[in-house]
Design a protein around this ligand. Structure first.
Ligand code: FMN
Length: 363
């Protein structure tokens, strides 16, 4: 569904922004000070409900999208409307913090669990007071907790750039968990001065993690950033809206060619590397043909004890490949199999094959 959005009072902000030098720690950094406020009337906007868990796996990756957004960390009430400078994306009657909005776009394309980073003490409603608070503070406690961080392989970290680096709450988040062995991917929004030092700060704080290329978006770009987000996720191999690349193969049996594909997976790649290969296969149980292959394939994660018609599978227990062609009244398998591809042609040739038959697999 296409949304109609606008960034609240972005025109005002664009013309009114001033940057002052501000010390954070021992360093000298610019801090944003808009001359005129952004206005987000509380009676016309409300925080959208939390998006449900849409966990998906990419090659068995489990994804967390943790983000910090000022909108969810400051008391926006009616009194503050006139003077606040909330940075939000307005969509109809609801508003979302800029970084939160991008986080949700990432979730829509990559799946995963969304996790808002919440400061234990909210920031002031007045924008200049937020700037001053950030300027003077050297840490900020957070009240949120990720349940079982161990389960995540890939963690996106999203934040607004504050004084050319991370808000303190994001620093606290990054030092609260063990990220070693995880892939950590930053994304940020800003008002024109880029990511600053924030990406290297994320890499330093998420010690032991594998950093990947981050996404930098000017806040004004956020409402229309879907394409940029998706092409970035494509490069990371994490865009689940892009169909995985499949490799077409031909299976020849008794002079008949069957169109088939192998999946974009490490196990399928190992099988593909062995092609062309002619396998002497047994026609078994009115449901499958199976036969030993040349080189054993290394199993990745867990297999399954069920099948769908057309599945091409690998069984590590006896180093066989199989093509399942008919469900039987006993669909459950006694040995674990791993789907590596699928026959996309008609399967009707299989039931009438002899009990042993040579079947050729080739690219
Ligand atoms: C305390 C503070 C410091 C900021 N510092 C910068 C900065 O150094 N560079 C920049 O381009 N924008 C800066 N901004 C603007 C925010 O990064 C930008 O508005 C961001 O998109 C807000 O995202 P949010 O709505 O998710 O909080 C700052 C904003 C605040 C509140």
């Amino acid at each position: 569904m296409k949304k109609i959005m606008r960034r609240a009072a972005c025109g005002v902000l664009a013309t009114a922004m001033l940057w002052f030098l501000s010390a954070c720690g021992n360093e000298t950094e610019p801090v944003q000070t808009p001359e005129a406020p952004l206005s987000t009337p509380q009676d016309t906007v409300q925080l959208p409900p939390q998006t449900a868990d849409t966990t998906v796996y990419h090659d068995q990756q489990k994804i967390l999208i943790a983000y910090f957004s000022l909108w969810e960390n400051a008391p926006w009430d009616e009194d503050t409307d006139a003077n606040t400078s909330a940075s939000v994306v307005v969509d109809g009657d609801s508003a979302v913090g800029t970084t939160a909005y991008v986080a949700r776009m990432i979730q829509e394309a990559a799946g995963g669990d969304l996790h808002p980073i919440v400061a234990a003490e909210p920031y002031p409603a007045d924008f200049q007071a937020v700037v001053d608070t950030n300027h003077s503070e050297s840490s900020r406690e957070i009240s949120d907790t990720v349940e079982n961080m161990d389960q995540y392989d890939t963690v996106f970290i999203g934040y607004p750039v504050w004084a050319t680096t991370l808000p303190q709450a994001v620093r606290t988040f990054l030092t609260s968990y063990d990220f070693s062995g995880k892939t950590v991917i930053p994304f940020c929004t800003h008002d024109g001065y880029g990511a600053g030092r924030s990406f290297s700060n994320v890499a330093e704080l998420a010690a032991g993690s594998t950093p990947r290329d981050g996404l930098v978006l000017a806040a004004t770009e956020a409402p229309e950033a879907r394409e940029a987000v998706e092409s970035w996720l494509d490069e990371l191999g994490l865009n689940s809206t892009t169909p995985a690349e499949e490799t077409a193969i031909r299976i020849t049996v008794e002079g008949q060619s069957l169109e088939s594909i192998l999946y974009d997976s490490p196990m399928a790649a190992e099988f593909l590397a062995q092609l062309p290969q002619t396998i002497t296969m047994s026609n078994y149980g009115g449901r499958e043909v199976y036969g030993g292959i040349d080189i054993a394939i290394t199993p990745v994660e867990e297999g399954q004890y069920r099948f769908d018609n057309g599945d091409i599978t690998y069984c590590p227990a006896n180093n066989t490949a199989a093509i399942f062609y008919a469900q039987t009244d006993r669909p459950n398998l006694t040995m674990e199999v791993y789907p590596i591809g699928r026959v996309t042609s008609d399967l009707r040739i299989f039931p009438d094959l002899p009990s042993r038959v040579d079947i050729t697999f080739e690219r």
